[in-house]
Design a protein around this ligand. Structure first.
Ligand SMILES: *Cc1c(COP(=O)(O)O)cnc(C)c1O
Length: 434
């Protein structure tokens, strides 16, 4: 299968090239040339299937022309070594808990799948190592570092702003060692992102090193996120065979939502999607007005959604042929400020006993406010509430136990390469460390 650029200004490429390059040369995002429907029989069978075989079928539909099914099956089985349960929160609202992976956030799924696929391509070529560069304000760095830990043929550089990520987040990518290098930048997240961008643009660096990105712009990271939408729907059907389902997604860069839209395009009978925004509601504004106006992000307590220019927006436009009317038939959006998020965490815990994290709280409220008669809602809980212990405890008065595996990161020894935000020094460090 070939992958084309959303900018339509560079040639279509193979899966391998799309994954190794990340972004197209014209700065567009890669899209598969065809999105195949799964046969109606599949939608009958999946109500009796587990997550792994469902994901293997979906993976075969995307990647089966390029990677033998047996290898894909192994990549999927390795990726999904943890549960993704669907639980009922109240009468017509269910939650898909995506946070039972190694770093307790949903990004584990895409990061682990991408690591395994990229490693396969590097080994097949017997070429020199690939260097993954990732700038993080917290959660992406931990998922990518842990997903790629010990994977042959790949080195990961995580750039993060010194003193501006939580202790747990920092421990999750600075204590790993092996093929993971943490670069502690004396600056802001924007400085880190600027350094990564400059590296991708630097001719000499690209001649000497193979560089790629592990953000959700990479097809190998964002497409696997469609797996769990099928799994969620299949589980709901076991309880409610005739449910008209609506899925609510806590959204930042829109990678997760886009993966859901791909699932729908493959025939998954979900009625519609809701994008839950925090105060960074550029996407909601677009749905309401038809005008896309990216702007600087503002800080909120659902910080993984603090995005002012969502990187996957172009994929949604492309998927719907730039037709605003078709987009708004499938997707609506709502936004919540910090006070509303705090209130939802407190109120839901008291009324139902279910503990929300700030991101899941937005998606939960979006269902409470947007579900119509006869619809059943599923919201995605993207992070474990213990990752936001302070906020959750403040809101509910209850302490959340930090899972053992999360606490274990705190025992490791922190090792970083401290740098200023000067590109020449970063470039030197990259060359000497790789
Ligand atoms: C990354 C992240 C999001 C946003 O996902 P996108 O795919 O960027 O829209 C939401 N919640 C959590 C906890 C995240 O880490």
């Amino acid at each position: 299968m070939l992958y084309y650029s959303t900018q339509k200004n560079s040639p279509a490429v193979s899966l391998k090239e799309a994954v190794v390059k990340g972004l197209a040369p014209d700065r567009g995002l890669y899209m598969p040339e065809t999105i195949r429907q799964l046969p109606p029989s599949f939608y009958h069978e999946i109500t009796g299937m587990n997550l792994t075989p469902i994901a293997q079928t979906v993976a075969g539909t995307f990647f089966g022309e390029d990677i033998p099914q047996k290898e894909l099956d192994a990549i999927v089985a390795d990726t999904l070594s943890f549960e993704i349960p669907l639980r009922q929160v109240e009468e017509n609202i269910w939650v898909l808990e995506l946070f039972h992976g190694p770093t307790f956030a949903f990004k584990d799924v895409g990061a682990r799948f991408m690591a395994r696929m990229l490693s396969r391509f590097v080994k097949e070529e017997r070429q020199k190592e690939v260097n993954v560069l990732v700038a993080t304000s917290g959660d992406t760095g931990s998922a990518v570092a842990n997903g790629f830990l010990g994977v042959e043929g790949i080195r990961v550089f995580v750039l993060y702003p010194s003193g501006k990520v939580s202790d747990i987040q920092e421990a999750q990518f600075t204590t790993l060692g092996r093929n993971i290098v943490a670069i502690e930048v004396d600056g802001t997240f924007d400085d880190c992102q600027a350094l990564v961008k400059a590296a991708f643009m630097d001719e000499e660096l690209n001649r000497r090193l193979r560089l790629t990105s592990a953000n959700s712009i990479n097809v190998a990271r964002f497409l696997p996120q469609s797996f769990y939408y099928f799994h969620a729907w299949a589980q709901l059907m076991r309880h409610h065979p005739a449910a008209r389902s609506v899925i609510s997604v806590p959204s930042g860069n829109l990678g997760n939502l886009t993966a859901g839209l791909f699932a729908k395009r493959m025939g998954l009978p979900v009625e519609r999607f809701i994008a839950a925004n925090n105060r960074n509601d550029v996407f909601r504004d677009y749905l309401l007005t038809g005008q896309y106006a990216p702007r600087a992000s503002v800080q909120t307590i659902a910080n993984a959604m603090d995005v002012g220019a969502p990187s996957n927006f172009d994929r949604i436009l492309d998927l719907y042929g730039h037709n605003h009317g078709s987009i708004t038939r499938d997707i609506s959006a709502t936004r919540y400020d910090d006070a509303e998020i705090r209130h939802a965490i407190r109120e839901t815990e008291q009324r139902t006993g279910y503990l929300l994290d700030p991101h899941g709280a937005c998606a939960y409220m979006a269902l409470k406010d947007g579900l119509q008669a006869g619809e059943t809602g599923i919201f995605l809980a993207t992070a474990h509430p213990a990752k936001f212990k302070e906020t959750v405890t403040e809101c509910t008065g209850k302490t959340t136990a930090i899972p053992e595996a999360l606490a274990a990161f705190m025992q490791g020894k922190k090792e970083t390469v401290p740098l200023s935000n000067d590109f020449r020094l970063f470039k030197k460090a990259l060359i000497s460390l790789s």
